[in-house]
Design a protein around this ligand. Sequence first.
Ligand code: GAL
Length: 831
Amino acid sequence: MKKSFLFALSWCCLLSILSAQVRTEFLLEKGWKFARTDNPQSYSPGFNDSKWQSVVVPHDWAIYGPFSSKNDMQKVAITQDGQKEAMEHAGRTGGLPFVGVGWYRINFKVPEFTKGKKAAILFDGAMSNPEVFLNGKKVGHWAYGYNSFYLDITPYLNEAGNNLLAVRLENKEESSRWYPGAGLYRNVHVIITDDAHIPVWGTQLTTPKITSDFAKINLKTKVVRPADTKAENFRLVTDIKDVDNRIVATNETNLSKYDGDLFEQNIIVPQPKLWDIETPYLYKAVSKLYEGSTLKDEYTTTFGIRSIEIIPDKGFFLNGKKIKFRGVCMHHDLGPLGAATNEAALRHQVSMLKEMGSNAIRTSHNMPSPELIKVCDEMGMMVMAESFDEWKAPKCKNGYNLLFDEWAEKDLVNLVHHYRNNPSVVMWSIGNEVPQQGVAGGAKMARFLQDICHREDPTRPVTQGMNKPKADIGNNFAAIMDIAGINYHTGIYPEAYEKLPQQLILGCETASTVSSRGVYKFPVEPKIMQKYDDHQSSSYDVEYCDWSNLPEDDYIQHDDRSYCIGEFVWTGFDYLGEPTPYYEDWPNHSSLFGIIDLASLPKDRYYLYRSHWNPTKETLHILPHWNWKGREGEVTPVFVYTNYPSAELFINGKSQGKRTKDLSVTIDNSNDDASMKELKRQKRYRLMWMDTKYEPGTVKVVAYDKDGKAVAEKEIRTAGAPHHIELTADRTLLTADGKDLSYITVKVVDKDGNLCPDVNQLVKFKVSGAGIYRAGANGDPISMDLFHLPQMTLFNGMLTAIVQTKDKAGNITLEASAKGLKTGVITLQSK
Ligand code: GAL
């Protein structure tokens, strides 16, 4: 028994137990048993689970496959995509086996739980319909798989001896429009406190006044205390600590019987350091709760000092500075890791997005994991925290519509309570393209939800993604929102601006351009809902959907219309499910929308966004690759994505002419079919040589600054025979915590190191030392390769292998081998 307790705790949790006197918090990570059977006795302590699989939580039971078109095959018409008749959507939710029931069981001991103590269990998210049993008794349940919730387990927890926690989860078919993941895919926390304590999410911290001399912190802290205690005996001492753990301000407040068990403290922080995108400075409020002279609890609230303001006609301001959202929408899956949350994976994603110049993430279309918010707080990434994809009217037969009446308020309250102290969260979103738009009563429902956000957090504006702008403008639906968030439909912006009261427009969801990394289609021309025999889309970045557009159609709006406050591109990364436009074309089962592919490799589009969103950093990117055997003499356009205003192109040393970004292009003079066809808007942002002909050799670009001075150059060349495997790690120094990850780019190159873009063979992996092979992905939306197996087929010469540390320090070696190629080896260090 003792062993299983130790197993259930990570080292850092053990440390926190040893140091904390009054509060014990730990994660239930290792030691879980799991089964996909639905034996009703699974909740019972006497049940024999020895044949069940041993798993570590966070765990996504469905990501291990196998893929099948029969997994959640949805025979439906996606009306929001304009479909009139039902068709067989095979990969809509990723083609993975998430539907059905799963049970988890774990044994653990809590010696700190002695008579009179209180205990809670907190789930960061459980997919879905979790029913929680402790020691053979039902403790409670939740419904929505994305939300965090907690339950009081005081009456069920054993003071001495063993505890058996069992959780039943069930995912219905046709409950989602994308891959939701399955099981205990986020962390499970056990929290032991004294009888008098600060409950889960028990603080609310705001920064009502900020100057360069001081910031006024307002901290409200709930206390839960036994009925036979007196309010007047309670006292809260809060220290504000800076990043170096130095106390910069302190406040001591007594509770009175008039306070309703809510402490209110106003604390002045001198010379505050602001939380900002570039300098995400974080403070901590460490609050100690005393009854008389007895310490009863200690609770830490991490926060940032920053102001946000929405000024009609002027825009969105962070710390008084006008900022346009350069945002991306993100589903929660982590590609090959599935929905199982992992801080290192999120950090990896956010650093790639920041490098691109992105400053915000919309957690489409549901509550984020706490790890994402922590990473965004720490790295300076703003967040629009979203709640729902459906209200009362269905988009999916078994979607949130079934839960709305009973759960919407509870779900929204938990979201806001969980994240209202986090500086990265700058906006709430109450929904996405809900069918209530344009329907009688829709505006009332929007108002109901927005009011809940305002009641629980008066400091942040509320928006939602609306895609029926005519109706939304016409029936008050958009008018009542703090921020009018419009999905696509950029053509309606002027009318929306004129008719709506907010005087600002947010591109809540934009672009939905589609492309596959390393795939180029000829002739190069804009195409809508285009499908090809190879089930891919062109990486010339000229293809989009019926309802959507190319990146520049958004750039131009937010550059030229002062009332546009920025955009959230659909999507930052590719995700599992929604393989539009290949709706019924199995084996497509992941998206083509991402700026970055499912293997977290940047597509060409990454450099287009980077050139525009991160203008002070050099971007000079040439596409396509230059290995076009069989296209000799044929027109093969070359595009250059750069932050420089102009450049000259050379093929095998011959100039192909100079191109300069055409700043004479405006929204109005490019707003017709002919302009769209000739890529007029693109000429303002990309440099394009449409008539270049392929001949093997080199493509070189020389970039000029605004004064015509040559300032940078880049060259790509036709690769020779595949020679060896090149491995590059995003990080080579890792933490030996059993969770840290290194993303290793695997590339097949010729003897001179040029990428061989048409190699699509199998690579096998071996990891030795202090790590394990965690997963891999190639970014191919039709790949049937299982993510967790240590082998993967290359997609256009590349893939990504992910290595995870063990909880013992040492070197980790990854070896990658493939037939006929020199093996690649890389060594990482785990400390
Ligand atoms: C939007 C929707 C997203 C996604 C996207 C694809 O309408 O809000 O969830 O489906 O279309 O273009």
